[in-house]
Ligand binder design. Structure first.
Ligand SMILES: [Zn+2]
Length: 446
């Protein structure tokens, strides 16, 4: 059983046209259910003049209005629910976005959802090379965000032992002890927690070649290829990218296979579109745009055409070199909310990260601060250093700052004023929902 290639071969390798037929069938069913059982959707679709019977092909999804985060928030607390607690088949678990910029968006899971969630996550863990008997150090939050529970259920479903560590990077010493002492073979966390713990491990002199660790699964914030190389070097692992959103019980939405060229998006459970964020028009396959998600397999919550604000692209080959037939999305480039325009040029935190991670002096975190002075944009970049002793050497501070500014200018076109700051002094993303990158941008012009 352990030597099979797929966790769920039948669905993971179902031919594309059969997957699309399944998608259409599930889309029709979910729209019908939303319209007949949910007041919020009935009103939304009546206003748009669209009926469930209008959905005859997958393209017909474009007739349905988008869900914006603010629309969904207005439906708080139970407006998006298919299932409430209190009767058989009802909701048994709730998660919610952090609500830092308004009301939380809740997601309700029935037992059926939890079963599907487990299967999707087990497919992903299996896809990255984990097998029954492996030990997974799970450094996502076990709380209202979904990261911790999602991978935990996936591990249960495939007989992997989960270590429910949680996302607090301050317990790095314990994380490192557990990796060594319990024979941890795989770990999952945000890339910024990964960089932090990896640097701490280096200070402590941990040699990961002496441990069983071999796989790292990172997600919940955009991260460039340079960060992947750094994480692989720090931990002596193969690093994989995964992406999910709390609103859809992510993780379990998308993950890289061993080809590591884009993430498979599970087509039996989700339908992903890519649109022009300005006009809302669909974009041709492979073009950069905003991802829009529809949850096809949902039982407890209705999420149909939800605008994610995440920028990426999608494509769907007949079959990937790994054997899977599901479509792909590229790594998340950034969020349209996080892209800052500085002196007329668009800057993404992930570009800045790519420029900084090359420096051995760079710590785990940075923060972009944009302001306006005398009518001109200012671009300040606070960068945590790995070793705070550096801050007491003015000459090195000057040299490193200048080199970093040049490196950032090369990728963004904008030259920042660098301020090196102590380790752990900046806010850090803990993962679990897709807007975490906003911890990295402070736009004082707003
Ligand atoms: Zn693949």
């Amino acid at each position: 059983m352990n030597d099979r290639t797929f966790f769920n071969e039948e669905i993971e390798t179902l031919p594309k046209e059969k997957l699309q037929a399944l998608q259409l069938q599930r889309l029709q069913a979910i729209v019908e259910r939303a319209y007949t059982q949910n007041e919020f959707y009935r009103r939304l679709y009546d206003e748009a003049g669209v009926k469930p019977s209008d959905i005859r092909t997958l393209e017909d999804i474009r007739k349905l209005p988008f869900l914006e985060k603010k629309t969904v928030r207005a439906a708080y607390p139970y407006g998006m629910a298919f299932a409430r607690p209190g009767k058989e088949g009802g909701a048994v678990q709730i998660h919610a976005t952090s609500g830092t910029t308004g009301k939380s968006v809740p997601v309700f899971a029935t037992k059926k959802d939890i079963g599907y969630w487990s299967d999707l996550n087990a497919r992903e863990l299996w896809m990255t090379g984990m097998r029954p008997g492996d030990v997974l150090l799970n450094c996502y939050g076990y709380g209202m965000a979904t990261g911790g529970f999602g991978f935990h259920y996936g591990a249960m479903a495939m007989d992997v032992m989960a270590v429910p560590m949680g996302s607090d990077a301050r317990q790095y010493d314990r994380m490192l002890d557990f990796i060594i002492d319990f024979g941890v073979t795989a770990m999952c966390m945000t890339p910024s927690v990964g960089l932090y713990v990896g640097n701490k491990a280096r200070e402590r002199g941990v040699d990961f070649k002496e441990t069983k660790l071999k796989i790292g699964l990172f997600g919940a914030e955009p991260w460039p290829w340079e960060t992947r190389l750094k994480l692989e070097e720090l931990f002596n692992i193969t690093a994989f990218d995964e992406f999910g959103m709390t609103e859809f019980l992510g993780p379990g939405m998308t993950c890289e296979c061993d080809v590591r060229d884009g993430m498979h998006a599970w087509a039996d459970a989700f339908l992903v579109e890519c649109i022009d964020p300005e006009t809302g028009e669909p974009l041709p396959e492979g073009s950069d745009g905003e991802l829009v998600w529809t949850w096809l397999s949902a039982d407890g919550t209705a999420m149909i055409r939800y605008r994610s604000r995440d920028l990426s692209r999608t494509w769907w080959d007949e079959r990937c070199a790994c054997g899977r037939t599901h479509p792909k999305i590229a790594s998340i480039k950034g969020r349209s909310d996080d892209a800052v325009s500085i002196r007329g040029l668009i800057v993404f935190p992930s570009q800045v990260e790519a420029a900084l991670v090359k420096f051995p002096e760079t710590g785990a975190n940075f923060r972009i601060v944009v302001d306006k002075k005398n009518g001109l944009d200012t671009f300040e970049l606070k960068v945590e250093v790995k070793d705070s002793a550096l801050l007491f050497d003015p000459e090195r501070v000057r040299v490193v700052s200048r080199e970093m500014a040049e490196s950032v200018k090369t990728v963004t076109g904008n030259s920042p004023k660098i301020e090196l700051v102590a380790t752990d002094s900046l806010p850090r993303a803990s993962g679990g929902e897709s807007k975490t990158a906003s911890a990295r941008v402070e736009d004082r012009r707003k």
